[in-house]
Design a protein around this ligand. Sequence first.
Ligand code: AMP
Length: 107
Amino acid sequence: MECVFCRIIAGELPSRKVYEDEGFVAFHDIRPKAPVHVLVVPKEHIAKLSDYPDTEEGERKLGALFRTANRVARVLGLEGYKVQVHVGEKGGQEVFHVHVHVMGSPS
Ligand code: AMP
């Protein structure tokens, strides 16, 4: 398995996990750009945000991803936060397993 986030999900690589449910995991970014910087990652391997199909199923999965980002922010006690997604190499994406950055400061 080459995908670093798939390896974290499989427990083959360590992470500082803050949240997990059936479909998602969230863990601290190893190079944080905010006092709290967490990545929300679906367990299903999808390379990038734009790979979600333009269908009801794609809409459901995108909704679940952002619902989980809100949930993780609540778990972390963030009242306000930034949500960021890099899409593709030209969008600054480094890890090709879709993820949402949740960044903020605890209140
Ligand atoms: P991007 O693909 O540009 O949205 O960013 C990928 C993010 O993953 C970067 O902020 C990295 O610091 C982070 N990252 C890469 N490898 C790991 C890892 N093993 N554990 C936690 N975060 C990671």
